[in-house]
Design a protein around this ligand. Sequence first.
Ligand code: ZN
Length: 133
Amino acid sequence: SIMNQAELQTSSEGYSIATVGDLASFEGKAFVKDILNTTSMEVSFGTLAPGCTVPFFHHHKQNEEVYVVLSGEGVFILDGKEEPVASGSIVRVAPSVSRNTKCTGSVPLVYICIQAKAGSLEQYTMGDGVVEQ
Ligand code: ZN
């Protein structure tokens, strides 16, 4: 597998744009925080090949995770319970929950993982967004 194949395309003081290339051929895991210089969340792209499982279970000290499944089929193992997922599934996992993921389909499971400190968000879109005239 290929580590961190994300590449910076352009950045300025206010924004950064990166790519992990064609998602259909993306392999491995790419953490984009270092490339995008995010300060409030970590975002990674991941793939698991058919039949593969992440080689370890883990939990977090502080961070909540949201997994967005882009393609494929798999199972999330959450505190020992197997939950099936597929393209379009969105999974939120509290920090203390033991987790693992496996690909159960015939094509790779492709997902985005977003993590941020649990309880840290002070305002949601309608409270924080400012519509400009
Ligand atoms: Zn994690």
